[in-house]
Design a binder for this molecule. Structure first.
Ligand code: C2E
Ligand code: MG
Ligand code: MG
Ligand code: MG
Length: 279
């Protein structure tokens, strides 16, 4: 958690920071080259499951970077670096393009699979974003309601009024909106009331131990009720066992994601398991 918060707060200069800067520059150079390559960035897809029926209700696209010499580098490591520069814009464009082409591919084989994409603060707050999104939807011929944009509370806190405006523009395209990692960002009740979102995702840190920790259970229960009372769909993140899935279902939580149901996998695997098609 400490490392995560550092990206959003101020950092004091220290010899460590200087070392890190050299690494960051190398990483940025590699990322810049990766963006000119069509192979290095891919998406994996994690199933989102309806808890009462076990049905697939959509997928979340998660970026994967296969570095030519270092191998796989997790998004938690390279996305915060991308976000410090304007390279985040072509990256977001790449992710959205792959995700929408995939949604189109599934549509072509007869499956309406809603796809959620994580959006960095900088991308959402970029004033050209809604137009670019509209262009991508047009180009791929994917109906807006098959796309969901996930943002975190950090984005909201960075600039609440621009966030609200941007989310409204995104929704005007029919695209769904979601608050990711809910509970970790100190979002105030006021923002929740004002935010034009369709879905709330309860952070894994609360879900993970809800069966054994009564206070986590209470927080998850409260988040489910809060979401429902605001007319939002609620997703539990990071469900790793049947007991947790059961407990969530008892709380009337709508949907869930987690290793208990499925890990993030390449599109063909997702389709094979959930769509019963072979491509
Ligand atoms: P997130 O959006 O909250 O995604 C959920 C993360 O939890 C994913 O990690 C997923 O693999 C992992 N996860 C899912 N189920 C379980 C589980 O049952 N147990 C555990 N321990 N973990 C689970 P991943 O793929 O490493 O992504 C980390 C974060 O990186 C994401 O968190 C998201 O904030 C960011 N991210 C990923 N792809 C993109 C992207 O294309 N664009 C942007 N801006 N951010 C992205
Ligand atoms: Mg997410
Ligand atoms: Mg999350
Ligand atoms: Mg997360």
């Amino acid at each position: 958690h400490e490392a995560k918060q550092q990206h959003h707060g101020f950092r004091r200069f220290s010899p460590d920071t200087a070392m890190e800067s050299a690494d960051r520059l190398t990483l940025l150079g590699d990322l810049r080259r990766a963006l000119t390559d069509t192979e290095q960035f891919t998406l994996h897809y994690q199933a989102k499951i309806r808890l009462d029926t076990g049905e697939l209700v959509g997928v979340e696209a998660l970026a994967r970077w296969s570095h030519p010499t270092k191998g796989p580098i997790p998004p938690g490591q390279f996305i915060p670096v991308l976000e410090t520069t304007s390279l985040i814009h072509p990256f977001t464009e790449r992710v959205l393009t792959i995700a929408l082409q995939q949604a189109r591919g599934w549509l072509n084989s007869g499956h309406r699979v809603p796809v959620a994409v994580n959006l960095s603060t900088r991308s959402l707050l970029d004033e050209t974003f809604p137009d670019r999104l509209a262009t991508l939807l047009d180009a791929t011929g994917v109906p807006g309601d098959l796309l969901c944009i996930e943002i975190t509370e950090h984005t909201v806190l960075a600039d609440p009024s621009t966030t609200i405006e941007a989310l409204n523009q995104v929704r005007a395209l029919g695209v769904k909106t979601s608050i990711d990692d809910f509970g970790t960002g100190y979002s105030s009740m006021t923002y929740l009331k004002l935010l034009p979102v369709d879905e709330l995702k309860i952070d894994r840190s609360f879900v993970a131990d809800m069966v054994t920790d009564p206070s986590s259970h209470a927080l998850v229960a409260a988040a489910v009720d809060l979401a429902h009372n605001l007319g939002l769909t609620v997703v539990a993140e990071g469900v790793e066992d049947a007991a947790t899935a059961d407990a969530l279902n008892k709380l009337s939580c709508d949907t869930a994601q987690g290793y208990h149901f499925a890990r993030p996998v390449p599109a063909p695997e997702l389709a094979q398991r959930f769509l019963a098609v072979l491509s």
